[in-house]
Design a protein around this ligand. Structure first.
Ligand SMILES: Cc1ncc(COP(=O)(O)O)c(C=O)c1O
Length: 364
């Protein structure tokens, strides 16, 4: 959708990346780190000073102690961390539970490991977990459960009570958890992100994945980290060693510099992104779309069922070309897409862009 948007000159609210720049101090830092000669391989698990900064971040925001040497691994993007985690623990024939819709990289990773992905639907409009249905899917073959909060594409958020429920079931059925928390700081309307790291029963059996790209507006730097107990981290690193081996060195130094000097920066994000969400939605008040405001992530779903019966994939292409706004259809995030008429819009964009996109959408 991004390349089509560029081709036809549409406003691109499709792919999930900010159109504003990263903090200046971070951009200055990467140039300086390259000029200072930090240009050769980092250690396989990541620079220790960045892992220490991550441990400080987890302590500050989740009040949890993690060991930077044995429990934190720096990876070239959360996607690689998630891939390595799945390859590390899923064996042929194992069952892996995913929720539908799901971020697109999960199921291919399970397939490659020889696992069987079982998808449980999240029901619109709140996209919450149906716990009875979930429990019915569990059994002796369940090896891994993959969760994502805040959720891409739905913008839903798991509450502490959800994670506590998951913890009870994880103990009963003895499965591991892969928790994708790349939007941990983007949670709105007074809600708080709860990490698996904060739930004692999950802390010991989970891989928690994060992305510097999302938190520091540097998606193109493709750098993230995984926090997991020592035994699980050791397994993840065995795969990471032969998939990517390391993340980029000057990027790691620059992130460490910035995290050390600006530890409060992530706490500023929710207010700013909520403002962007509200700006976009207020400007859509006169449109024929309907919505539930996103609770987290930088995605907003808009329901177009009052406008047309067309399928979402076809409509995305048509509105990119004819209305000049690119979005993403929801159906590719499902194995079996329901009848819903919903598109995903990224609101990590400058005010003028959001207002102009909304103006065009109101004209539909
Ligand atoms: C839910 C989710 N997980 C993971 C990622 C990928 O993160 P990274 O760019 O650090 O690989 C994304 C990016 O869009 C995402 O939305």
């Amino acid at each position: 959708m991004s390349s089509l948007a560029n081709e036809v000159g549409a406003i691109n609210l499709s792919q999930g990346f900010p159109d504003f720049d990263a903090p200046e101090a971070l951009r200055v830092a990467i140039g300086k780190c390259a000029m200072d000669g930090h240009n050769q391989y980092a250690p396989m698990a990541g620079l220790l000073r960045l892992r220490e900064a991550v441990a400080g971040h987890v302590k500050r925001y989740r009040d949890i102690d993690v060991n930077p040497e044995t429990e934190v691994t720096i990876v070239p993007g959360a996607t690689e961390g998630i891939f390595c985690c799945v390859q590390a623990v899923v064996n042929p024939g194992d069952e892996v539970i995913l929720f539908d819709p799901a971020y697109d990289s999960y199921e291919p990773a399970v397939d490659l490991a020889g696992g069987k992905a079982i998808r449980i639907p999240l029901a619109a409009p709140d996209f919450q977990i149906d716990w009875d249905r979930f429990e019915r899917a569990l059994g002796p073959k369940t090896r891994l459960v993959m969760i994502n909060s805040p959720h891409n594409p739905c913008g839903s958020v798991l509450a502490r009570s959800d994670l506590e429920r998951l913890s009870v079931l994880a103990d009963r059925y003895d499965f591991l958890v892969c928790s994708d928390e790349v939007y941990e700081h983007l949670v709105y309307d007074g809600l708080e992100h709860c990490s698996v790291l904060q739930i004692p029963g999950l802390r010991e059996r989970s891989f928690a994945h994060f992305s510097f790209g999302k938190t520091y507006s540097v998606t193109g730097w493709k750098t993230g980290y995984c926090v997991a107990p020592q035994t699980l981290t050791a397994e993840l690193r065995k795969v990471h060693q032969y998939v990517a081996f390391v993340a980029v060195t000057p990027v790691q130094h620059a992130l460490a510099d910035f995290m050390e000097s600006h530890p409060d920066y992530p706490a500023t994000l929710a207010v700013e992104y909520q403002r962007r969400r509200d700006l976009f939605l207020d400007a859509l008040a006169e449109s024929r779309f309907t919505w539930t405001p996103s609770k987290g992530s930088f995605f907003q779903l808009l329901d177009y069922s009052a406008i047309t019966d067309a399928g979402d994939a076809e409509l995305c292409l048509r509105w990119t070309k004819e209305a000049g706004v690119a979005s993403i259809p929801l159906s590719p995030f499902y194995r079996e897409a329901p009848e819903s008429k919903v598109l995903r819009f990224c609101f990590a964009k400058r005010d003028g862009i959001l207002l102009e996109a909304a103006r065009r959408l109101c004209a539909i």
